[in-house]
Design a protein around this ligand. Structure first.
Ligand code: SIN
Length: 298
């Protein structure tokens, strides 16, 4: 029997000039036709993160939706999945309050799994239990951030590489559920990535460092590396490059992990509300820099 395909006319509504669009007129509970998949992919590439509302689907449909855009990976290289669905990563507010209040830069910002040699091309996050207020997620457009740098600065960072690792920055570790932290840290993973990544589909250049997983820039002194990274983090966290999303039950966010960083909320725990999300990731390729440098294990 042929599965019924959902043929739709999509309404793509941008949310901010640089990043984020809502996709209306789609039902993710059913397989999409090729034209709809192509339109969704084009919206993802253009807006970097796209949002769907009122999609009351379960883990099986979540995975099936992801498979229309590539190979859905195991939930995480280190962390456990939910029972029965090895592709689905549970994200609960209790386990993930990771911001280090003492750091200069908000280190909750990250691109997913960049300690791996081939970080995911995209992530799809589904709101299951959502607080009545608070718990928003933020994304930044790393292509716009790169393009906002001066030409001499772009030329400088184009030729740099950075070490990424699965450590948790400083005091942030103390905030994380200890069993989860032990699991996360037990398998050491390190990769060297270009600081600027050429997007394999659009050819755009994007900054490819993040406060959570990037350790240092190769070949610079500790102090130089710290200052250059700090400058890049300040650049990528400029409000003009950022979109903020208010979740509701059934909301879904799909982001291009090659062109964005995001910030999980830290305001839920104190509010006393529960927040529970499920995430899948789509397999990505090994990053390549503007000078042809291809990521390597560190
Ligand atoms: C994530 O960091 O992948 C999850 C973000 C969130 O829970 O808002």
């Amino acid at each position: 029997m042929t599965a019924q395909l959902a043929t739709t006319t999509l309404d793509i509504r941008p949310m901010a000039p640089n990043i984020g669009a809502e996709v209306l007129g789609i039902d993710l509970a059913h397989p999409l036709d090729d034209a709809t998949v192509a339109t969704v992919r084009a919206a993802l590439l253009r807006w970097k993160v796209i949002f769907f509302r009122d999609q009351h689907i379960g883990p099986a449909e979540h995975i099936a939706f992801g498979r229309q855009f590539g190979v859905v990976t195991p939930a995480h290289p280190i962390l456990p999945s939910i029972e029965g669905y090895p592709e689905v990563l549970p994200l609960s507010s209790e386990a993930y309050a990771t911001q280090d209040p003492g750091s200069e830069i908000d280190n909750n910002w990250h691109t997913d799994v960049t300690f791996s040699l081939d970080p995911p091309m995209g992530s799809i996050l589904r709101g299951v239990t959502v607080p009545p207020y608070g718990g928003d997620t933020l994304w930044t457009n790393l292509v716009a951030a790169y393009e906002g740098l001066s030409l001499p600065m772009r030329r400088f960072v184009d030729g740099l590489q950075a070490v990424h690792r699965n450590a948790i920055p400083s005091a942030a570790a103390a905030e994380i559920d200890s069993e989860l932290l032990a699991q996360f840290l037990k398998a050491a993973r390190r990769s060297v990535h270009p600081v600027v990544r050429v997007h394999p589909e659009t050819g755009e250049r994007a900054l490819f460092v993040n406060p959570f997983f990037t350790e240092s820039i190769v070949g610079l002194t500790g102090s130089e590396s710290h200052r250059v990274l700090h400058l890049l983090y300040e650049q990528m966290l400029k409000p003009d490059y950022i979109v903020r999303f208010r979740w509701a039950p059934g909301s879904i966010a799909f982001w291009d992990n090659r062109a964005t960083a995001h910030r999980a909320p830290t305001d839920v725990q104190a509010s006393g509300f529960d927040r529970y999300m499920e995430r899948i990731t789509i397999a990505g390729d090994v990053p390549v820099g503007p000078d042809g440098f291809t990521s390597q294990p560190a």
